[in-house]
Design a protein around this ligand. Structure first.
Ligand SMILES: NC(=O)C1=CN([C@@H]2O[C@H](COP(=O)(O)OP(=O)(O)OC[C@H]3O[C@@H](n4cnc5c(N)ncnc54)[C@H](OP(=O)(O)O)[C@@H]3O)[C@@H](O)[C@H]2O)[C@@H](O)CC1
Ligand SMILES: Nc1ncnc2c1ncn2[C@@H]1O[C@H](COP(=O)(O)OP(=O)(O)O)[C@@H](O)[C@H]1O
Ligand SMILES: [K+]
Length: 491
């Protein structure tokens, strides 16, 4: 998995990597700038475009100067606006300043007329991970101006003004696209920053994962290539028992759809047998839209030990007796998936938390998480409390949203890369519960069930949204689950 290295370690990483490859830091800057300009050329093919590059005094500005030179070579019309006298800038900035060809218009910010031709592109290379205070003075005025421009805005590594790990305080550049080097900086994944980050892309600048691991902390980014190796394979003689017997508990009158979506998602994820226990007086009379789902009674002393996995909570309603929930946890006594109304029940009865089986997977969205632990200031605080909750309670906490966080009981924090805004539709969380429960029932470790479930849920959402966009609904996500196995090469 890709380490999300902290901003304050990146300089050291840069230097050590350059030494290990027998190159200079300015060579690495060239590799980064080359990756940026290649991305630029394949996304903005019209060479008659005017490009304005804004350069700060550090290495982010150095990248900007190298990018300006490379785009000029490719035939774009390039203007560089810079802020600081060159002798006061970083060494690699100075090398690139000296290489700026005459064909690039070079203008100091205080002499710039503030004009940006219609249809131009702005590149922000003012500050990256070296930001150490709020933006002020002339830079503030120019960023303000750029933010109100109709031009397309690109940020190099990090939009200027965003700190690498915390929430922005004051002004920041509003990018339409952020092209970040090698790995995402943590703050690029915060919901508060979506208007600054725009569409996020990672650019490979040649630093291998093995080298990055030397600088890893507790945060990682889940990519497509991390999934295949976490899957189990089944063979020609596997029978439905091998694929697991799972139970989904939930669905009160008026909310049957939720648990029905979870159950159907579990079937599409590969479960051999899917049972559902809806919260009705006469559950056996319930007709599900999917005939493959069987009804199970969990009241009284029904044997839960015959189940390989249980997912509990979708549409369960708010009239559940906490003792009944407790009896399910005690009777089952293996990791389970806890979602929606079951999480609300935990929030209302905190004493129940100690009965949650170890390594269970809790899947709150932001509101449900706040009900569990109290109100939080911002995403940075949310990440810390999710991680603390997972460690203290020995559970896996899946904090849902864009870049869903999987907080593991050993303190690692995994951020998801798949999914998109079209998944913000009723029932898509119920689908996730069904998928994770299914993997757990197929014998995956809770960690792998959570990782594969979260990643593939996002991938299925991406696939379904290609044809449906904002018209996508939760059952469209379910229909694409089988395609995710094909796309990932999983047998
Ligand atoms: N391995 C990689 O990932 C690679 C990284 N690379 C690139 O390096 C970038 C990091 O470069 P960096 O460390 O030089 O920091 P950067 O962001 O340019 O700014 C620091 C300068 O800004 C100043 N300053 C700070 N805040 C300020 C403020 N509010 N207002 C005014 N000034 C402020 C501060 O000066 P100070 O006044 O504090 O002395 C300092 O001089 C990284 O984001 C990426 O683009 C690639 O080249 C190669 C591979
Ligand atoms: N912008 C987004 N990007 C990626 N995934 C998203 C986005 N918005 C929502 N999702 C995903 O959709 C699901 C929504 O779950 P939830 O809020 O529980 O919805 P519901 O209660 O309607 O089922 C989560 O898995 C979440 O990660
Ligand atoms: K920048």
């Amino acid at each position: 998995m890709l380490p999300i290295v902290k901003g304050n370690r990146i300089k050291e990483l840069d230097q050590q990597f350059a030494v290990s490859k027998n190159i200079t830091s300015v060579d690495l800057m060239e590799q980064a700038s080359d990756a940026f300009s290649n991305w630029f050329c394949s996304n903005f093919e019209d060479r008659s475009l005017s490009v304005y590059v804004f350069c700060g005094s550090g290495n982010n500005g150095g990248d900007g100067l190298a990018i300006a030179r490379l785009l000029d070579q490719k035939g774009y019309s390039v203007t560089v606006v810079y802020f600081e006298d060159v002798q006061l800038c970083s060494e690699d900035y100075q090398s690139n300043f000296n290489r700026i060809p005459e064909s690039v218009t070079l203008v100091k910010a205080d002499a710039w007329d503030g004009e940006i031709a219609e249809g131009s592109i702005i590149i922000d290379a003012v500050f990256g991970v070296g930001l150490n205070r709020a933006i002020g003075g002339a830079i503030h005025n120019i960023i303000d101006l750029l933010n109100s421009s109709s031009a397309i805005r690109l940020a190099v590594d990090l939009p200027t003004g965003l700190p690498a790990e915390s929430v922005v305080d004051g002004l920041a550049f509003h990018a339409d696209f952020t092209l970040t080097f090698q790995f995402p900086k943590l703050s690029l994944l915060f919901p508060e920053h979506i208007k600054f980050v725009g569409e996020l892309h990672l650019l490979d600048i040649g630093i291998d994962d093995e080298f990055l691991e030397k600088f890893q902390g507790n945060s990682f980014y889940i990519r497509k290539q991390d999934i295949l190796g976490r899957h189990k394979s089944f063979h020609r003689f596997s029978h439905k028992g091998d694929f697991g017997r799972v139970l989904l508990i939930g669905g009160a009158p008026g909310k049957l759809g939720a648990v029905s979506l979870s159950s159907y998602a579990a079937l599409r994820t590969g479960s051999g047998l899917v049972f559902c226990a809806p919260e009705f007086e006469e559950p056996l009379e319930i007709q599900f839209p999917y005939e493959e789902i069987m009804v199970y009674q969990t009241r009284a002393n029904a044997d839960l030990s015959v189940m390989d996995a249980i997912g509990i909570g979708p549409g369960w309603g708010n009239a559940i007796d906490p003792d009944y929930f407790l009896s399910i946890m005690v009777r089952f006594d293996k990791p389970m998936v806890i979602d929606a109304d079951a999480l609300n029940l935990l929030a209302q009865n905190p004493k129940l938390i100690k009965y949650v089986p170890e390594n269970s997977i809790l899947t709150p969205h932001l509101k449900e998480f706040e009900r569990l632990v109290g109100k939080m200031e911002d995403h940075s605080e949310r990440i810390e409390s999710a991680s603390l909750f997972a460690v203290e309670n020995k559970v896996i906490l899946v904090l849902k949203g864009a870049h869903t966080l999987i907080a593991l009981p050993d303190g690692r924090r995994l951020f998801n890369s798949s999914g998109n805004q079209y998944m913000a539709t009723a029932g898509s969380g119920d689908v996730l519960t069904g998928m994770i429960t299914s993997f757990l029932g197929q014998g995956y470790t809770p960690e792998n069930a959570a990782i594969c479930g979260v990643y593939q849920h996002g991938l299925a959402g991406e696939m379904a949204s290609v044809a449906k966009r904002r018209g996508m609904i939760a059952s469209d996500i379910i229909e694409k689950i089988p395609d995710t196995f094909i796309d990932l090469g999983i047998k």
